[in-house]
Design a protein around this ligand. Sequence first.
Ligand SMILES: *Cc1c(COP(=O)(O)O)cnc(C)c1O
Length: 408
Amino acid sequence: MKPLGPIPPGFTALDGELAIAGRKASDLVAEAGSTPLFVYSRDLIARRVADLRAAMPSRLALHYAVKANPFGPVLAAMDGLVDGFDIASGGELTMVTSAGIDPKRVSFAGPGKRDAELEAAIAAGVTLNLESEGEAARALAIAERLGITPRLAIRVNPDFDLKGSGMKMGGGAKPFGVDAERVPALARQIIASGAEWRGFHIFAGSQALGAEAIAETQGQTLALATRLAQESGVALPHCNLGGGLGIPYFPGDEPVDLALVGARLGEGFAALPPELAETQFCIELGRYLVGEAGVYLTRIVDRKVSHGETYLVTDGGLHHQLAASGNFGTVVRRNYPVAIASRFSAEPEEEASVVGCLCTPLDRLADKGHFPRAEAGDLVAVFCAGAYGASASPANFLGQGPAREMLV
Ligand SMILES: *Cc1c(COP(=O)(O)O)cnc(C)c1O
């Protein structure tokens, strides 16, 4: 028997079944037409944003990192909840504008922005977080050709990383951002060009649960922004402090202590020198806002036993849930929170592995979990599926195609 990850708060049972936003899993599947299906809860997203705002200093703006979940209805719902959006490609620019989001509220980070993407972003009024001196030169040339004043910020490659983070995005050589010591010169050059100077973007890592580590990194980020602004000799209109807040996926994981992070950030703001008195600060979060608000529902197609081990074979799999299968940046495979959605109130009584329908041993959604007895036709729920699920899995592998998605 292997433990399962913790089921996030906010889910209930109705007639013995899992309910999402007060609606039974089987009803949601019937409405969508079939499994596999991602269901995202508008209410859980809104509650998460409200909790975050309550804990953080009011000076801190909140941005949504679109790549975590670019589903149109989720973006439209976010429009009324957050202060800005961060995109990572021209494709995501199309997604946010299609959702009715004002491009002036959008910033664009990411290495390898093509000229066509830079042009579309500049024309729309998106802020570019420049990843290199070369990208800055291309952006300035494109803006001059278009006759538009570009809105430019520099993504800084910080000289520290976020301790305990699942993905390190700073500290040493990186394809992201401009090394801190070269930033002041580039900032002066951008301002001299007549561009609209938008400040710094400093992103040190993601998926951290330790509040102390997050607070320490935010403190280092404020110190770095201060030092670079002073060395640049120009005011700092805006500073994106990155993200980093993670969610509990695995057995033993605990949620981030938001109160601690908020209090320490408030102290950091209070200690800033006068030059940064007018600076607008934001954080950009993806998984923290939407990850726990999403559930992936898949149906058991076959129940079989091999050498004494029970397999519940579903119509879903790693092609929609690469991360839950343990194949998206994890070293040791551990179980996500998984449940038999159609028997949510039943007591566990057997050991079983939930697998997907792909012909690869990698396609495992739960390894030797403790579940109520389930049969073909039952629904399985994989929790923490709201971020990096549909958008970060190889949907076309083995000709399977994408899952359905709905916001309720
Ligand atoms: C991916 C990414 C984020 C979001 O990370 P989460 O872990 O989903 O919060 C934010 N900013 C940048 C620059 C990113 O690349």
